[in-house]
Design a binder for this molecule. Sequence first.
Ligand code: SF4
Length: 439
Amino acid sequence: MKKFKVMTLGCKVNQYESDGLSQYLRKSGWHSNADETCTDLCIINTCTVTQKASMQSRQAIRKAVRKNPEACIIVTGCYAQTEPSELEKITGVDYVIGHSDKHKIPSMLSKIAEHKNSHPVTICHDIAGEKKFANFPCPGRGGRTRAFLKIQDGCNNFCTYCIVPYARGRSRSMPAGEVLHNINTLQTAGFKEVVLTGIHLGYYGLDFAPPSSLVEMLRQIHETRPMDRVRLSSIEPHEITEEMICLVASSGVFCHHFHIPLQSGDDSILQRMHRPYSGAFFKELVQKIHGLLPDAAIGADILVGFPGETDDAFENTYNLINEMPVTYLHVFPFSSRSGTPAAGFPDQVEHDVVKTRCRRMRELGIAKKKLFYKKNIGKISKVLIEGKRDRDTGHLKGTTHNYIPILLQGEDYLKESIVNVRIESVSEQGRVCGLLFKG
Ligand code: SF4
């Protein structure tokens, strides 16, 4: 039996697409290879959102070539779409396939996966005009407890720092009927939770004729309940409506969890980033979510060191986060991406300054997370238990609907089920322990 390995860098959307490709290969008689070596086919699904992501992608490709000199090496993903010529230069690569053609990999495999090429072959077309949502096979279990489902791709916003619209093209959405069908398929496969993902999820449905919306899709999910629980990935601040918050609060299907890509709390920086909201808007939004859903996890992405970010501008972001009931942060240093407007902005912030600001912001994020965890002590929460135990303690591990990772003692039959857990303690390191609640 032929063996394959898929390596994934970057976001949940890439992860979803990799899971779909793996599922296709398994169904076609290939054997998934956890081993580093002796693989016949390696697919490296790259990311280029930062310089570091590009570097890690190149490293992953070189490692795959080194460990599997006889394997067919296919490189795909955002880096393959934006800079195919860079990846063609890596010795041992057989195919560079952009996002424009990534969904065709399954149908190409029988022809391309059998042999090595003397020179890399690039299959990559202009993605800017792509209007059709590219379907991937629905992911199988593959060792995961929680499924990702990409329901939207691409972005029309062109924030001045972001390479993603160039890599993934304009916004396009999966038809509502297919979303419901796919969630059903995932439920039948045994998943208890699905995470709805997209590149710009808030654009969902706007490309339909007549246009629809994300909240309309969520209403259909609420009415048909195709899965025990549904989590939303990142949604832009101005696209989280009161209607959406009320639906999440009242439905019982949606996790009480919002992840908001704030990026900056300073209005002048937001304007330069081409982000269409203000710090005050974010403040009002978080207050609204917290008012309607006091137990909700509210996460934020923060981009530190954008060109022109003065000490005052950074403090504006820091103070805004500090004041708000934000429960965790994902902090990223600004990374200049060639081809984006921000790469040419003159007032780049010094590396050491960015590093110090990132450290402060991350410390704030850790403190806020711990505070949120502690506020939940004594509460009973629905926890999805994972298939694997915690490596250090041997305890079961799971995640509450409001995104608290939790450890508890229990038997194996609890794995991959949703159980009630009382949150008991939070350690100095932020480790949360709970007890099975049978009341
Ligand atoms: S909204 Fe901005 S940051 Fe998000 S994918 Fe689109 S361009 Fe990039």
